[in-house]
Each structure stands twice: as C-alpha cells, then as structure tokens.
Design a protein around this ligand. Structure first.
Ligand code: G1P
Length: 296
C-alpha cells in the first residue's frame, strides 16, 4: 500500500445542502444547520471544531434556500454598527468570534440532492490537490479536544485517510456506514480492511459506524467522479472510499467524545440538554429546572 507523505490538512468541507425534512416545519425556511443548540447554530459548532483543529479554509457545499448559512458567517454590518453605538462590546465580540477571516470561507452549490459522495465531489475545485477534512455537521461531537483535532493528531502520525468511528447498538448499524477492522496500532487507531454503506443488520461486519468526520486524500475525487449510485439510490462517499482502499491506507479512529445526531429529534434535544449542562453560565440555573421537569 502506498500513501502520500503527510501534507498539512488546511481545508474542511461541510456538506450542508440537505433538506432537513425530519424537522419540518422548522426547516421550511431555516436551514437545518441553523437550528440552535443552546444559543449557537449547529453549523457553528462544526466550524469551531475545525478552527480548533487548525483548519484554515472552510468550504460549504450548500443548496437553494441555504443563504442564511452564508449570511451567518458574514459581517452583519448594520447589526454590529448598532451594537457599537449602544456600547454592547460583549455582543460584538461574540459576533466577531463566529466569523471566518476574509477569504477563508467558500460556498459552492450542489444543485441536485444526489448523495453525500456527490456533495463532496462538488467541492473538488476548491479543495484541489491536497488532503482535506470532511465534517458532517448533523453529527455533533462533544469532545475535549474536539474530534477533528484528535484526528489531525492521528493523521500526523499515520498519514493516509482517517475515518472517525464509534460503536452503536447492533440494531442501529443499518442507518450508517460500517467499517471492518484490520491491524491495531493503539487502542484508538486501527487499519480499515473493509467498509459498507447502510448494510442489512445481519450483514454488518461490526458495530463500528462512520461518525461523520473524515480526513481524505484528494484521490477520492477521481473515484467520486465516476461513482455509480449505491445504497438508497444515492452517490455514496463510502463506495468511493472502498475503491480508494485498494490503493491507500485507511485508518479507523475511535475518538474520545459523545456524539449527538442532530439530524434526529431525540439526538437534537439531547444535544441541547448536554451542551446547556456543560455551560458554566447556564448550568446552575438550568439544572433545577431540568430536575423538576423530569420529576427528580
Ligand atoms: C452519512 C454516511 C454514513 C455515515 C453517516 C453519519 O450517511 O454516508 O456512512 O455513517 O453519514 O451520519 P447519511 O447520514 O447522510 O445517510
């Protein structure tokens, strides 16, 4: 197997074109990535995780009706001018901290919802010929350090392609991509010997699912370009990773952290509770309210 020498991961791709039908009517006008966990949109947590990992350029694969994401990461001139006139410096700092520096964000549209693999392929011109991170914002991962920072560390040791994995109950494996493991390097890092997208429960090679964080080599784009539809009739990233596995190393990384699947109502509600309880400014007031609600 040959892998390219480690080149710095400078860019991250966020696929944010999905319709969010599971959250209607909330997502009729508001992109699902703009739904808030406590007081920040879900997409902002993903961006902050990438910033913490040292990423320099943010690529959003958007679609029609997703303009609020672009506006969210832009300068809100009138709002900031009004806050300044009113002496609201803390609020101005919150806004400043949430926007990428000049030229550090790119937006490209996926015109048709053809699948995750197709969304990633839509970013090819902006990513170019260099390794990149891929973060699926729905999978909100609470970790210190963040999941992507942990993966970059692993990438710096092993190179190749890195896929974040975690164990789920066996009866849930059919909702995800599932990996089969080969050799172990340490308790968190293993080589991947196979992958399958949304297998039947009885066919899954393990209970380790792909958790929505990847570091990929640019050769993936050549496979995505010719990828035929797979599970669910969609162009699947996992199928192109399986093809690239013949030429390059893939490592499964069992990250330290807790995942909240914010594409699902229960996961989204759990994220709000967990992130509120993690906030020193909110937890002391929220905990008694929560206790009362759950009858403690
Ligand atoms: C995608 C990937 C899948 C991964 C999942 C994580 O599926 O194709 O391999 O396990 O994200 O959320 P999707 O959720 O888009 O169906």
């Amino acid at each position: 197997m040959t892998s390219k020498a480690q080149r710095k991961v400078r860019k991250v791709v966020f696929p944010v074109a999905g319709l969010g039908t599971r959250f209607l009517p909330a997502t009729k006008v508001i992109p699902k990535e703009m739904l808030t966990v406590v007081d920040k949109p879900v997409i902002q947590y993903a961006v902050e995780e990438a910033v913490e990992a040292g990423i320099e350029h943010f690529v959003f694969v958007t679609g029609r009706g997703k303009g609020a994401i672009e506006d969210h990461f832009d300068l809100a001139y009138e709002l900031e001018a009004t806050l300044k006139a009113r002496g609201k410096t803390a609020e101005i700092e919150i806004l400043k901290a949430s926007r990428p520096t000049f030229g550090a964000a790119s937006f490209v549209r996926q015109q048709e919802p053809l699948g995750l693999g197709h969304a990633v392929w839509c970013a090819r011109e902006i990513v170019g010929d260099e390794p990149f991170a891929l973060v699926l914002p729905d999978m909100l991962i609470h970790g210190k350090p963040g999941c992507l920072a942990q993966m970059i560390d692993t990438y710096n040791k092993h190179g190749g392609n890195i896929v974040a994995v975690e164990e789920v109950p066996h009866e849930h494996v059919n909702r995800y991509g599932v990996v089969a493991l080969g050799k172990s390097f340490d308790e968190r890092t293993h080589s991947i010997s196979g992958m399958v997208e949304k297998p039947k429960i009885e066919d899954a090679p393990s209970d380790l699912i792909i958790s929505g964080r990847y570091i990929l080599q640019p050769e993936i784009f050549a496979w995505l370009e010719k990828q035929k539809p797979g599970a669910g009739g969609e162009i699947q990233l996992t199928d192109s990773m399986i093809a690239l596995l013949a030429d390059q190393d893939f490592f499964a990384y069992r990250f330290a952290g807790t995942t909240y699947d914010c594409g699902d109502k229960i996961g989204y509600l759990a994220a709000n509770v967990a992130y509120a309880l993690d906030r020193p400014d909110i937890a002391p007031k929220f905990r008694p309210v929560l206790d009362k609600l759950v009858g403690k």
